[in-house]
Design a protein around this ligand. Sequence first.
Ligand code: KIV
Length: 269
Amino acid sequence: MSIQTKKYDKKVTITTIQNLKGKEPITMVTAYDALFANLFDGSVEMILVGDSLNMSFLGKSDTLSATLPQMIYHTQAVCNGAKKSLVVLDMPFGSYNTAEDALNSAVQVYQESEASAVKIEGGKDRAHIIKHLTSNSIAVMGHIGLMPQFVRSEGGYKVRRDDNQLQELIDDAKAIEEAGAFAIVIEGVRDDIAKAITEAISIPTIGIGAGVDTDGQVLVWSDMFGFFEEFKPKFVKHYLQGASLVKEGLENYVDEVKNRQFPSREYIY
Ligand code: KIV
């Protein structure tokens, strides 16, 4: 694909996503504003307004303090920039503790933003919540495996790599599928376990740190483009050296201003 070519010139729907299972890997990236959403729009099937923004953009140490109004605000911005890729809002911690809370939160999301779907962390214990949403016309993406919103209750980010976790994860995925979710994120799961989950269900799986055999992949944009320098998780590939590029540009600007080279004649009215 050349840099100019966008894959989609029409809005991607959940049907588009579901039809890709078994045919073509699905791409999803995060975005938190209109500028980057517009750059990504139409080239990836889905844009996730992840609660990861609480870490990568707010500088917090985990995602737990993100709020629904913040997520809606960023989703409004992303939807202003993205008209083709399907936009998913990540429901923040505490916004879907009960089925009723979840529905109130999701209705607010649909009323105040143009998000096509919401994402919810949790396995079979939360299937009844997903069912309540899908039976009230909300499109839901599940999220199983390593779930960042459980970091404090689980005492860290725990990759699922043990054989004895396989059946539980398959049961989680099946319960979420039965509850009507259109896709499931599988995060931090040994690759062969993620493959087995993917084969056990008929909705697409989107992996992050889950190997190559899921139906699609998702990465946090500031990680994949090398803007976040403090730490690189094993599953992150840098497709750009973003931080170095920005620092170099900034250094040139500072030099030119200090030396009165900028603004030169061409930048003056
Ligand atoms: O918040 C987020 O960006 C996510 C992805 C890592 C899947 O949940």
